[in-house]
Design a binder for this molecule. Structure first.
Ligand code: PLP
Length: 435
């Protein structure tokens, strides 16, 4: 019968994988989800994920970042459930929780004078770029090699490029509009001179500069303050809309995002992932005079059936309440530091050619020496070792995504004991792998 699996002696995981691969291309609904070992996780709680056979893993992949407080956080889940019990979806008019959340974001995020909500980071960056094109009347944008801003045509290029594609156009998908690809200029991160030069030559054609303030899609590359400040100055001088993509860094590195840490304010900010701890929610925030173009009847169209969904908005308000407690970021950052310090001690002990990177609750180990200032530097990373290290950790119950350059996330549910257990595993694996 169609849809019925044959009775089999395969494990529960194998059965699920078989069924998924029969009916879903590749068995997954997002490009980066199919990795070896191909595991099926059926439960997530706090700092842990459990596979279909019930094995527990300390989770640092964290679904690319959302569960900042930990998986299935009880306070967040309860607030979302309460909201859903009152009103499940909003089809018309303003909503109370949405207004409260917008106010909170404007209070915390330096660039936020007004906010619009949608469902994913890609939608937010898409809307930000459309708005930038509308207000400038220009078509080109500048992005940076190594930064990921979602799946739409204007930005889906030059993230993790092979050496021969760095500085060339490197679209990540077939079917992208050639005009969109041509209108995107890709420059090296932390290199203000190259931005200055492009603006001198083509400034009147550039609508936006978009960047991950910390390019976390290639691990952690910290920005030079002068670079970000320089982008701010050049954007103002050339009337270019400066967009900070804080989809990863928003809330994770502080309620004000990493812009509050750096003290540089963009025109527009995009946020998603951690802002609702696992519920689908994204925000486009920024200057009121820009955002007001998007009001109904304005010249920029912004819409979505599920935008500002009550469950996600209530979840986000719960996340903010918890992050506003003074101990929250101190705990997160202490755990991150403990992990990075511990890894540093291990690589020193065994004389391993590796660099510990990260910020706040984010960490990873590159198998290469520093300095790391732009994507090109990461071409020196020993990919084989990077992946082998993580696969060995997975065998020991520590889940770091075994894919080149992927960052790890610590949550408020991780404990000192979790970090120490992970460091013990790292010690054993690194000793085995050797220098
Ligand atoms: N921007 C950044 C910095 C991201 O890391 C991502 C996703 O990983 C996106 C945008 C796209 O967000 P989403 O996957 O929610 O569409």
């Amino acid at each position: 019968m169609k849809g019925t699996l044959m009775a089999t002696t395969a494990s529960r995981s194998q059965q699920i994988i078989e069924q998924a691969q029969r009916y879903i291309p590749g068995g997954v609904s997002s490009a980066n989800r199919l990795v070896e070992p191909n595991l099926v996780f059926t439960r997530a709680q706090g700092a842990y994920i459990f596979d279909a056979e019930g094995k527990r893993y300390i989770d640092y992949h964290a679904a690319f970042g959302p569960p900042l407080l930990g998986h299935c956080h009880p306070e967040v889940q309860q607030r979302a459930a309460e909201a859903m019990a009152s009103i499940d979806v909003i089809g018309v008019g303003s909503s109370e929780l949405e207004a409260q959340l917008a106010q909170k974001i404007c209070e915390h995020v330096p660039s936020a004078e007004k906010v619009l909500f949608c469902n994913s980071g890609s939608e937010a960056t898409y809307a930000a770029l459309r708005l930038a094109r509308a207000v400038t009347g220009r078509q080109k944008i500048i992005k940076f090699q190594g930064c990921y801003h979602g799946w739409h045509d204007a930005v889906l290029m030059n993230v993790i490029s092979p050496a021969d594609k760095v500085g060339q156009r490197d679209p990540l998908s077939a079917g992208m509009l050639p005009q969109a690809i041509e209108n995107t200029l890709v420059l090296p991160f932390n290199d203000l001179d190259s931005v200055r030069q492009v603006l001198e030559e083509q400034g009147s054609e550039i609508s936006a500069i978009i960047l991950e303030l910390i390019p976390h899609n290639i691990g952690t590359v910290l920005p030079h303050l002068e670079f970000v400040q320089g982008l701010r100055d050049l954007s103002s001088r050339y009337n270019v809309v400066l967009i900070f993509d804080e989809v990863v860094t928003g809330f994770r590195h502080g309620l004000g995002g990493y812009q509050a840490v750096l003290g540089v304010t963009p025109d527009l900010t995009t946020m998603a992932k951690s802002i609702a701890n696992g519920f689908p929610l994204a925000a486009l925030a920024g200057r009121a005079d820009l955002l007001d173009h998007c009001k109904p009847g304005g010249d920029v169209f912004f819409a979505g059936t599920f935008n500002a969904h009550p469950a996600s908005v209530a979840a986000s308000l719960a996340v903010i309440d918890i992050l506003e407690r003074p101990e929250s970021y101190a705990t997160l950052f202490d755990l991150g530091k403990r992990m990075r310090d511990g890894l540093r001690a291990i690589i020193q002990r065994y004389g391993i050619n590796a660099t510990v990177a990260g910020f706040g609750s984010v960490f990873l180990l590159y198998f290469m020496e520093s300095p790391i200032e732009k994507y090109e530097d990461l071409l020196r990373n020993d990919v084989e070792k990077f992946v082998a290290y993580r696969r060995a950790l997975i065998k020991r119950g520590i889940y770091e995504l075994p894919v080149n350059l992927k960052r790890n996330h610590i949550s408020l549910s991780h404990t000192v004991a979790d970090i120490d257990e992970s460091l013990e595993a790292a010690d054993a694996v690194l000793q085995e792998l050797g220098s």
